[in-house]
Write a protein that binds this ligand. Structure first.
Ligand code: ZN
Length: 208
């Protein structure tokens, strides 16, 4: 490899691919980190998840808990374990959230990457053109991966009732509700049971 090509790759890696911490340059992401920390402590977060779990609406199948280190049989339910993670390990702090540009075309839908059980997460800078509530949704979703949960594919539709998708969508819906943004629409498929639960509380009017 010519040394110039090598140099070019190094520069691309340093400027494009390396993960950086969230600074004042990204106020929207800073706000989203604050919001995801608030929303997981909102009583509606536990209340609605508990309702969905008792109805068997959260999909834990296909080895989604296979990487979890704790013995889940010791817990009343998988949800009880997940809620304990949120209360003991907490949501993400600003030091846990990194930004990077995914090494592939800007139109990749990837919003974030979290290795299973890794305490930190990386948000894709190519997909930050979203409001802070959607970024908070992503952070709550990724936190589930930090707690070692996985889903069998990266497609939303077959995973919409997965805990990570439900918890992220629920977090966004609670934030919309608390901020009284009545006309705001969800533009992605949502777990039908979550949709019904939000509609029953007057928190949402129709889901995709
Ligand atoms: Zn995920």
């Amino acid at each position: 490899m010519s040394k110039y090509l090598y140099l070019l790759i190094c520069v691309a890696l340093i400027t494009g691919c390396s993960a950086t911490q969230v600074t004042d340059e990204y106020p929207k992401v800073q706000d989203a980190i604050v919001l995801q920390a608030e929303v997981v402590n909102d009583p509606l977060f536990t209340e609605i998840l508990t309702e969905l779990e008792s109805n068997g609406a959260i999909n834990w199948d296909d080895n989604r808990t296979g990487s979890v280190k704790e013995d889940l049989s010791r817990y009343q339910s998988n949800l009880a374990w997940a809620l304990e993670q949120f209360s003991t390990r907490g949501p993400y702090s600003q030091n846990d959230v990194f930004l990077w540009r995914k090494w592939n075309p800007p139109w990749s839908p990837t919003t974030a990457v979290t290795d299973a059980c890794e305490n930190s997460t990386k948000l894709n800078k190519w997909t930050l053109d979203r409001d802070k509530l959607k970024i908070a949704n992503t952070l709550v979703h990724e936190r589930g991966h930090s707690f070692c949960l996985t889903h069998p594919s990266q497609n939303r539709t077959p995973n919409q009732c997965d805990f990570t998708y439900i918890s992220g969508d629920l977090a966004e819906a609670i934030l919309v509700h608390r901020q009284n943004l009545k006309t705001r629409q969800f533009d992605k498929p949502m777990c039908p049971a979550l949709c019904a639960s939000l509609e029953a509380r007057g928190m949402l009017h129709g889901c995709k």
